[in-house]
Design a protein around this ligand. Structure first.
Ligand code: FPP
Length: 246
């Protein structure tokens, strides 16, 4: 029995989120520049998107560029932005063919104009696709998202008689970038780091966390299957006790 056959299709995570980490170390190990790692990271992105679509996973979120990543050397930031534009352009056919809907979270207006324009074009083009929703977190950080939500709540509810008790979890979530997207069930981080790094902090409150030592450019469908098989061994209690679950 191969790994894929071990997956219980009735208990799939609806939403898988991934912190793709280790591109730089992968390149360094091979005696190459960091950007070589990012370029090979695209191969992993392709394989994992295909793997998630084949399994009928509904949502896949990839942490592609954080608000803190601007602090990297300019050469690396420029190369990453260039890679984004070329990937967005080259993947259009594949996304359409595989019925993938592209979405983005993060401060998209703060990206270079050509990146934002290409991205928005592909988001529009794929908006009617009904298969996997692929969400790219770009110029994203959870603290930025939460602060942005608070600013918008205050800005848009400036009435004197606004009842603050209206602010429950559903109300707050309607101001997040992930509005209408279910919370991740499974969060994967590659490269052996055990951190959340400002990613989807509100949304992963009840996610199952999975850490692997595999560096992102080496990550393939089989590694996704392993993560899902591990996820399916977890008991998700959401604060209840085992006996209450069935
Ligand atoms: C983390 O590795 C990776 C990133 C910050 C960028 C991820 C981007 C890609 C895989 C390419 C673009 C993606 C899409 C979806 C088009 P790192 O550089 O932090 O590695 P290190 O920790 O080994 O230095």
């Amino acid at each position: 029995m191969n790994f894929k056959d071990k997956i219980d299709s009735g208990r799939l995570p609806e939403h898988v989120a991934v912190i793709m980490d280790g591109n730089g170390r992968w390149a360094k190990k091979k005696g190459n520049q960091r950007i070589f790692g990012h370029k090979n990271g695209i191969k992993a992105v392709r394989d994992v998107v295909e793997g998630a679509a084949e399994l009928n996973i509904k949502y896949l979120t990839l942490y592609a560029f954080s608000t803190e990543n601007w602090n990297r050397p300019k050469q690396e930031v420029d190369a990453l932005m260039g890679l984004l534009v070329s990937t967005i352009e080259s993947e259009e056919k594949t996304l359409m063919k595989n019925n993938v809907r592209l979405l983005a979270i993060g401060n998209i207006n703060g990206l270079p104009k050509d990146v934002a324009a290409n991205l928005n074009k592909l988001i529009d083009k794929t908006s009617e696709n009904k298969g996997l929703s692929l969400i790219l977190a770009l110029n994203y950080s959870a603290r930025w998202e939460i602060l942005n939500a608070i600013k918008n709540i205050v800005e848009q509810n400036k009435k004197e008689d606004f009842d603050v008790n209206k602010i429950d979890a559903d109300f707050f979530e309607s101001y997040l970038n992930t509005k209408n997207i279910p919370d991740p069930d499974l969060l994967i981080r590659t490269s052996g780091e055990y951190r959340i790094s400002n990613f989807l902090i509100w949304q992963i409150a009840y996610a199952e966390l999975y850490f692997t030592k595999v560096l992102w450019p080496d990550f393939r469908k089989i590694n996704l299957y392993e993560a899902i098989i591990d996820y399916q061994t977890r008991e998700r209690r959401f604060g209840q006790i085992s006996e209450q679950l069935n």
